[in-house]
Design a protein around this ligand. Structure first.
Ligand code: HEM
Ligand SMILES: *[C@@H]1O[C@H](CO)[C@@H](O)[C@H](O)[C@H]1NC(C)=O
Ligand SMILES: *[C@@H]1O[C@H](CO)[C@@H](O)[C@H](O)[C@H]1NC(C)=O
Ligand SMILES: CC(=O)N[C@H]1CO[C@H](CO)[C@@H](O)[C@@H]1O
Length: 568
């Protein structure tokens, strides 16, 4: 017995000493922490300067720094909690997490300063991170980014000696703009319009009857329709022809995005990495098929885009393919091109989920539904098939896009409020060679400056809070004048409504996204009556869902659906 006692006494004495040391350490840490807190709260920002260092957010543990552990279980509630690094008393803070320095900022004026400073920023670190972690682009291919010091602006940086063909950051940015904000936009849009019109007509003619019938999940139904049509517009029919399961793997990939971004090793998440291998293989197979079949005589005719073709889908992918192959010494091989192209294809996922949420909000509110329906009924042009076409039984879907964009205040407000409520995105910038000016502060170059759309969109001081900010209320964007006329307005919301970011790196897909969401919504409302019967949906906002853009719906929305009774 005694023999058993001795070690346990020794252990107790040891533990006693350990405890004593720990107490000492904790006291020391506490004193240091209090001193930092005092310094932080006492720092007065002289408003005559513009060159101040941002206040340092005090932290308790030397190595962890301000690592917000509660983020792990509920990121959104941590982010909106008034006592954390995202919401503290100072709108610009310097935080240290695991020895990394970050600058967090919030407030409309600071976001506007950040957007203004975008032209002096470099994105290379973030692009490389996303391409390698999420999309699996090889380190060899990404080394082209390390060698490109010419910047993303039209004129290369004066010290840079990079050859024009190797200006990867600038060239990729330019090709995105050509497709989404330049000559590529209308053909892309026309192909989307053509496909979604036919898909929804076929749903009307073949799948949905005149009597109520149940559907297990409305979000799933819409996701499928919209994803198919966007893929067709962007990549042509070849992607689904060569890989009929692409959509399934794509949605699986999307669900797991944060798993890849967090650098989870493959053996802890084999299914997630399997989904990624499958989508990447699909893109490679499609591009092989496009290389084999494309000739300059296979281009589309007319509005579908005479520079585009059914094999590559858009000239965007065909030209990017040549552009990447011509860089460096062939570091960007076919696999690397496929993974970067997939990164671009993935970027459309925000507009898919946004369409689902928009329709969900309208269909579950009968008053809103009838207001929006009466607005869109004024936007119909005569149906081209109305005279003698065989489709005279199905409703007119020939909406005038400009009218939808400009003359439907409530529809616009639903769109804007959906993006306000559901977009959770980190906007990140980094000064390239010179510091970033966020008056009165100056932030040193090569440090990440981060703002979160969620913080901006839930800022009590910026928004009309007649209804709580966690509630969907399109009225936030509507103004009624003296004669009772309702207008859509985002006046005074610059820097507060920021679902697309801002400045020179603002989302180039926003024009397509807005058209796509408004038009698809108008068509659905004109074709179908939908009633929500089982509302079991929530935003995917745990650690694995938060921060990737417009939230993904989880759970389901059981509905009854039928052909619209009073269709016009
Ligand atoms: C509702 C839909 C969408 C939302 C909320 C959204 C949001 C965003 C945001 C917040 C950024 C970062 C902007 C910044 O840092 O200032 C971004 C970048 C980007 N988005 Fe979108 N986006 C949407 C739709 C699309 C679509 C449909 C496409 C095209 C297929 C697209 C392509 C891109 C690309 C290529 C970038 C990177 C731009 C760059 O780094 O230069 N987006 N998007
Ligand atoms: C700015 O204000 C501080 C104190 O308010 C003062 O000491 C300093 O001289 C001022 N600097 C300039 C450039 O006016
Ligand atoms: C829409 O595009 C998808 C994907 O390419 C294709 O499978 C489908 O047949 C197209 N639908 C219509 C009606 O054109
Ligand atoms: C439509 C068409 O021409 N398809 C051809 C494309 O290329 C593949 C080889 O990758 C051929 O098998 C197809 O017949």
């Amino acid at each position: 017995m005694a023999a058993g006692l001795i070690p346990s006494v020794a252990a107790n004495i040891g533990a006693g000493w350990g405890l004593c040391l720990l107490t000492l350490l904790a006291t020391a840490l506490w004193l240091r922490y209090r001193a930092n807190v005092e310094k932080f709260t006492a720092q007065k920002d002289a408003n005559n300067g513009t060159n101040l260092p941002a206040p340092k957010f005090p932290y308790f543990f030397p190595i962890l720094g301000s690592l917000p552990l509660a983020y792990l279980w509920n990121p959104k509630s941590l982010v909106l909690n008034p006592n954390n690094i995202f919401q503290g008393p100072k709108p610009v803070v310097h935080v240290k997490i695991l020895h990394q320095d970050f600058y967090l900022l919030r407030g409309a004026e600071n976001l506007k300063s950040l957007f203004r400073a975008s032209w002096a920023c470099t994105h290379v670190a973030f692009v490389k991170f996303a391409l390698s972690y999420a999309f699996g682009t090889s380190a060899k291919a990404l080394s082209l980014y390390d060698r490109d010091d010419s910047g993303a602006n039209h004129a290369p940086h004066p010290d840079s000696t990079v050859e024009a063909r190797n200006r990867i950051d600038f060239l990729v940015d330019q090709s995105n703009h050509r497709l989404l904000e330049g000559p590529g936009l209308n053909p892309l849009w026309n192909r989307y319009l053509d496909n979604i019109t036919n898909q929804l007509r076929s749903l009307y003619d073949k799948d949905v009857g005149t009597e109520w019938e149940s559907r297990h999940d409305f979000m799933d139904l819409m996701t499928n329709q919209v994803t198919l049509a966007i893929l067709d517009a962007l990549c042509g029919p070849g992607l689904l022809k060569t890989s009929p399961d692409f959509m399934h793997h794509f949605l699986e990939f999307d669900k797991n995005l944060q798993t890849y971004m967090q650098g989870m090793p493959w053996f802890l998440a084999p299914r997630a990495y399997l989904a990624r291998r499958r989508v990447l293989k699909a893109v490679r197979d499609w591009q092989q098929y496009a290389r084999d079949n494309y000739t300059s005589s296979t281009h589309y005719k007319g509005d579908a885009g005479q520079n585009d073709d059914p094999f590559w889908g858009s000239s965007y992918f065909r030209e990017r393919h040549d552009m990447f192959l011509q860089m460096g010494q062939g570091e960007y091989d076919h696999a690397a091109i496929a993974s970067s192209d997939f990164g671009f294809i993935w970027a459309m996922r925000n507009t898919i989920t946004a369409t689902c949420w928009t329709l969900y909000e309208i269909y579950r509110d009968p008053d809103l539904l009838s207001t929006v329906r009466s607005e869109i009924s004024c936007c119909l042009a005569p149906s081209p098939s109305a005279s003698g076409g065989s489709e005279c039984s199905s409703p007119n879907l020939n909406f005038n896009l400009d009218a939808l964009l400009r003359s439907c205040p409530t529809l616009s407000a639903v769109y804007a409020e959906t993006l306000r409520l559901r977009t959770h995105f980190y906007l990140v910038r980094m000064g390239d060679r010179s510091p970033l000016s966020i008056p009165p502060y100056t932030i040193p170059p090569r440090k990440a400056v981060v703002a979160l759309t969620t913080v901006a969109h839930f800022d009590q001081s910026a928004w009309n809070t007649e209804r709580p900010l966690d509630e969907f209320w399109p009225g936030r964007f509507l103004k009624t004048d003296d004669e009772g006329k309702v207008a859509f307005s985002t006046k005074g919301l610059e820097g507060s409504w920021v679902p697309y970011g801002g400045g020179s790196r603002q989302c180039p897909g926003r024009h397509f996204a807005k058209r796509q969401i408004l038009m698809t919504t108008a068509m659905m409302l004109n074709l179908f009556d939908v009633e929500v019967v089982e509302d079991k949906v929530a935003e995917h906002l745990d650690l694995w869902g938060f921060g990737s853009g417009v939230s993904r719906p989880v759970g389901r929305v059981g509905v009854r659906i039928r052909r619209r009774r009073d269709a016009v």
